[in-house]
Design a protein around this ligand. Structure first.
Ligand SMILES: [Zn+2]
Ligand SMILES: [Zn+2]
Ligand SMILES: [Zn+2]
Length: 979
């Protein structure tokens, strides 16, 4: 200890007589009266400073936590020596602290080096080393203390610290060296393991063994080759024993194929585990519980599954009246997805939805079925909205007689107004029902004038009031809010209407009697699909109810869940009763056993093929095997461009967010396709990357050709002729033997004449498949049929039952994202050339996109027009009334014709036929009417007084003038000056 001399003047001036300061063994101390303040030397990371004054000096000491100790009043002549003593004391104290840490450096160096013991060094290994040495570097990272160390030691410490901060750069360099070495040591192996020598990237995918690895493949880029070659490499390089490798595949078939390929390509290897997820689940449960579970027979026998679900439905509806009501309500109100007028900007779009949905009431379908044998010209009741169908069927299943659009009992017809027909009339009760298409606030759909519509409502209400007739009102918003039938029930009950509801069994029998048993089957199918996906999702009922609240068709979702929940309970009971599990249970139970430590995975390397198809519960199982394994390396091979199984639970987001889910990942993109040429590669890549969410890849082809590899083929109605045209085209360019793959979005696109084709063209092998079925296969030529704008077109507009969104992985925001991938899969099956066929009157959006001139030279393709195209009806224009209906020519039996809207009977707009060419309609365009005939070009002014008259030339007393064409019809007397 040494005392810091304090000036006497200071003590006198500041009246601090007992003031003193000392440099103790471990701290600097300030003493004043009976208190003292001190700073420990270990806290000092900067040199104390001396501040000279006039009469005395100061020394300021900073601690590393921001505190200051100011020693004032130091005698001027001894302040410098005091500072030196203090600094020396602090220095030697800190060197004392640093020495044990310094001694550990060598050990840390060695452990760092051992991380690189002749192998690919993983991120986690370095991270672990860093974690172990974090405290040590914290101690050494002390510049102030370091300056008191001998220079030699300082250098060593500096080196160690920079090693710590650059450990990953060092790892990268070492790994690069290692990869280069392996590439040359294993060159022969990589040259010969597959039929073709592996590409540089495929080799990399084998050698790189990061904690997690994602090999991003493209079509025909040799995914499975990587899996096989990697397994062989791991064994040959001594990284793994065969039994430490697990290769996971989805289907039994794929797993078997992998197994066979390993036997063929790696003949000396035995004991690699190839397994499906299900088999792995069974093994895990069996090994860890001692009891291998029995799989429910329902998982393999779909017919039996349907039967049992139907039995549950029958039993529940028979024993539970409220449940029976729920099922009936679902059938009446929600069997088909609801479309609201309010959700469409153009009336024509709503009309298109009406045309796609069956707008016939149950009553009219029954009448139709009864009378079909007799009169064929019976007019069927076509209702005007989804809501009207619900009301009609609600009345029907409750045994309430109604007449649709029955003329009101009082005559209201005038010169320009037809007789008033309320929507529904209940003859037994003398009640009228009007359904008003308004929102809760009285608003109308975008294409309906709220003013006029509200006036109409007021007129009707006034009329019923005046004549004291009963009017029951319903509203569009009641359907949206899910209260339409409940409210109608109570409104009618109040007015004395008696209900005698059908039972579900009676409803089923009715449907069967009119040939609509398919509707009941589809409902069962929906329940089975929903149940399967519900289990795969791992969601609870609470979760799907929350999802339902956010669904655009909320009431339908809840109605379905209400029907589904008791069936699900029965199903679970059934599994328990029979002591069996289903596939989803198996995977979830296996995951639980791994996570809880009851099963210890022994795999060092897990390889997953077709990773883009993984579902949530399967991803969880893989993750648990990696997390609970002993330093397990995960390698997945997948192609996000070919992810086409969302409908069965595949979640593409696991590929997109791979690293977020599994942890540190090295991605190796495969960059070469072996299947097709550069032109098909360019075309398909351009097409798939229109969706910005797809991973960008730089794929090149092994062959280069000078001509286009895609041909758009237009036809009119006769698709068979178009296919033949394609085959003829193939024949001229490729007369030798070849395989031709005909692909359809749906199985019903299969051409009937396929066998004849084989006879006609013996040099070619023909095969048909759905696009889904074609995954993983290839042919010389591909013909994709029905790329049309239709419900069952390509893209398909009904890809998913919207209810399944409650249990499916989140859908993507890009429109037709999955259909786009399907189209990509279709055209990339071809080695040489793909033909894309579409009907000239309804090309799909994909065709429009490809041939859109605004895309410039984005797509390169050929075009073929088959003979029938010339006979296709011309484009007569679009309906100016509903906005989207196509104008159609209607020919009457006597040969005369007129034009009408394609959305008839929902849109009854009929334009005038052109007075100049008499071949095309005149379509309204602002104040004019234009002929759509490109060879005519006739333009006529519209009448400025009435809504649909045109100005025609007439002759009067004073010569020619223009007058309204409605002069004779509605007495519109509007005229314009002579020409
Ligand atoms: Zn129309
Ligand atoms: Zn014309
Ligand atoms: Zn007029």
């Amino acid at each position: 200890m040494s005392i810091i001399p304090i000036s006497t003047i200071y003590r006198l001036v500041t009246l601090r007589l007992g003031y003193g300061a000392e440099i103790a063994d471990e701290c600097a101390k300030l003493i004043w009266k009976d208190q003292s303040r001190s700073i420990n030397y270990s806290q000092i990371k900067t040199k104390p400073e001396r501040i000279p004054g006039m009469l005395w000096d100061k020394i300021v000491i900073h601690s590393d936590n921001g505190e200051r100790l100011v020693i004032s009043g130091i005698k001027k002549k001894s302040s410098e020596s005091s500072l030196q003593v203090l600094t020396q004391r602090v220095g030697s104290y800190q060197v004392g602290l640093l020495n044990p840490a310094y001694k550990q450096i060598k050990g840390s160096y060695d452990s760092f080096k051992s991380a690189f013991s002749y192998r690919y060094t993983r991120h986690s290994k370095i991270e672990r080393w860093k974690a172990e040495n974090k405290e040590l570097t914290g101690q050494l990272n002390n510049d102030f203390a370091l300056q008191f160390m001998p220079e030699e030691k300082q250098k060593i410490i500096g080196k160690f610290l920079s090693l710590f901060s650059q450990s990953h750069q060092i790892r990268d360099k070492q790994n690069q060296k290692f990869i280069a070495k392996e590439l040359s040591s294993f060159q022969e192996y990589f040259d010969k393991v597959e039929n073709n020598p592996l590409t540089e990237r495929q080799r990399l995918a084998c050698i790189v063994n990061e904690d997690n690895n994602l090999v991003i493949a493209g079509a025909g880029s040799g995914k499975t080759s990587v899996i096989i070659a990697k397994a062989g490499y791991l064994i040959q390089s001594g990284l793994a024993q065969p039994h430490e490798i697990l290769i996971l595949a989805y289907g039994r078939k794929a797993s078997k194929e992998t197994d066979e390929r390993i036997k063929e390509k790696l003949p000396n290897v035995e004991g690699v585990t190839t397994s499906t997820f299900h088999k792995l689940g069974l093994t895990i449960i069996g090994e860890s519980t001692g009891k291998k579970p029995r799989v429910s027979k329902l998982q393999e026998d779909t017919a039996e599954f349907y039967k049992i679900i139907n039995n549950f439905l029958t039993d529940l509806t028979k024993s539970d009246k409220a449940y029976n009501q729920r099922v009936i309500d679902y059938f009446v109100t929600h069997l088909i997805p609801y479309e609201s007028e309010f959700d469409h900007q153009q009336q024509g779009d709503y009309f298109a939805a009406l045309q796609e949905g069956d707008m016939r009431s149950l009553k009219s379908r029954i009448e139709w079925a009864e009378k079909r044998s007799g009169r064929k010209s019976l007019q069927q009741e076509k209702l005007k909205s989804f809501e009207e169908v619900v009301i009609a069927d609600f009345l029907f299943v409750n045994g309430i007689k109604y007449i649709y659009e029955h003329p009101y009992k009082i005559d209201t017809a005038t010169a320009d107004k037809t007789q008033y027909q309320p929507d529904f009339y209940l003859p037994e009760y003398d009640i009228y029902i009007e359904h008003f298409g308004i929102g809760r606030d009285g608003s109308t759909p975008p294409f309906v004038s709220q003013f006029e519509y509200t006036q109409g409502i007021e007129w009707k209400r006034g009329l019923h009031n005046k004549h004291e007739t009963i009017l029951v009102e319903t509203y569009s918003y009641e359907m949206k809010e899910g209260t339409l039938t409940d409210l109608l029930h109570s409104k009618l009950e109040k007015r004395g209407v008696k209900f005698s509801p059908l039972s579900f069994q009676e409803l089923l029998e009715l449907l069967i009697s009119i040939g609509e048993e398919k509707k009941a089957d589809q409902f069962t199918e929906l329940i089975v699909t929903f149940l399967d996906l519900f289990k795969q999702s791992g969601y609870s009922f609470d979760t799907i109810r929350v999802n339902a609240n956010q669904h655009p068709d909320r009431p339908r979702c809840h109605a379905f869940i209400d029907v589904f929940e008791p069936i699900y309970a029965e199903y679970t009971n059934e599994l328990n009763r029979s002591g069996t599990v289903d596939f989803s249970d198996m995977i979830r139970k296996a995951t639980d056993l791994v996570q809880s430590g009851k099963y210890k995975p022994s795999f060092k390397y897990i390889l997953v093929d077709e990773f883009q198809d993984i579902s949530a519960i399967r991803a969880d199982l893989v993750k648990s095997l990696v997390d609970k394994g002993d330093d397990t390396v995960l390698s997945c091979v997948g192609d996000d461009w070919q992810s086409i199984y969302r409908f069965s639970g595949s979640d593409i987001s696991y590929t997109g967010n791979f690293e977020e889910y599994f942890g540190y990942t090295k991605k190796v993109p495969l960059d070469k396709t072996f299947r097709y040429n550069d032109k098909l590669n360019d075309f398909s890549t351009t097409f798939i990357t229109q969706n910005p969410a797809q991973i960008k890849k730089d794929v090149t082809s092994h062959t280069s050709v000078p001509t286009n590899a895609v041909t758009l083929v237009e036809y009119y109605e006769d698709v068979d002729r178009a296919i033949q045209h394609c085959v003829d085209d193939i024949q001229t360019k490729h007369p030798e033997k070849a395989t031709i793959y005909i692909l359809g979005r749906y199985s019903f696109s299969k051409p009937a004449f396929l066998q004849n084709m084989a006879k006609h063209y013996p040099e070619y092998t023909f095969k048909f498949d759905t696009v889904h079925g074609s995954k993983g296969k290839e042919a010389d030529f591909v013909i994709v049929v029905d790329v049309n704008d239709a419900r069952y077109g390509f893209p398909s507009k009904i890809a998913n039952e919207p209810l399944l969104d409650l249990v499916l992985p989140q859908s993507e925001t890009h429109e037709y994202a999955e259909e786009r991938r399907l189209f990509y899969v279709a055209i990339t099956r071809a080695k040489h050339h793909s033909f894309v066929l579409f009907d000239v009157v309804k090309p799909s959006v994909f065709i429009e996109e490809i041939r859109d001139e605004r895309n410039g030279s984005k797509y390169h393709f050929n075009q073929i027009s088959t003979e029938g195209v010339a006979s296709a009806p011309p484009d007569f224009g679009t309906c100016p009334s509903c906005g989207t209906g196509k104008m159609m020519m209607r020919v009457m039996p006597d040969g005369r014709f007129f034009f009408g809207c394609g959305h008839y009977p929902f849109c009854s707009y009929t334009p005038r036929t052109c007075n100049a060419c008499n071949k095309y309609p005149l379509i309204k365009d602002g104040g004019y009417y234009r002929c759509k005939n490109p060879e005519c070009g006739n333009v006529v002014s519209g009448c400025k007084q009435c809504s649909d008259g045109v100005m025609v030339e007439r002759r009067g007393k004073f010569g020619k003038f223009l007058g309204c064409s409605n002069y004779g019809k509605t007495k519109c007397g509007y005229t314009e000056k002579p020409l």
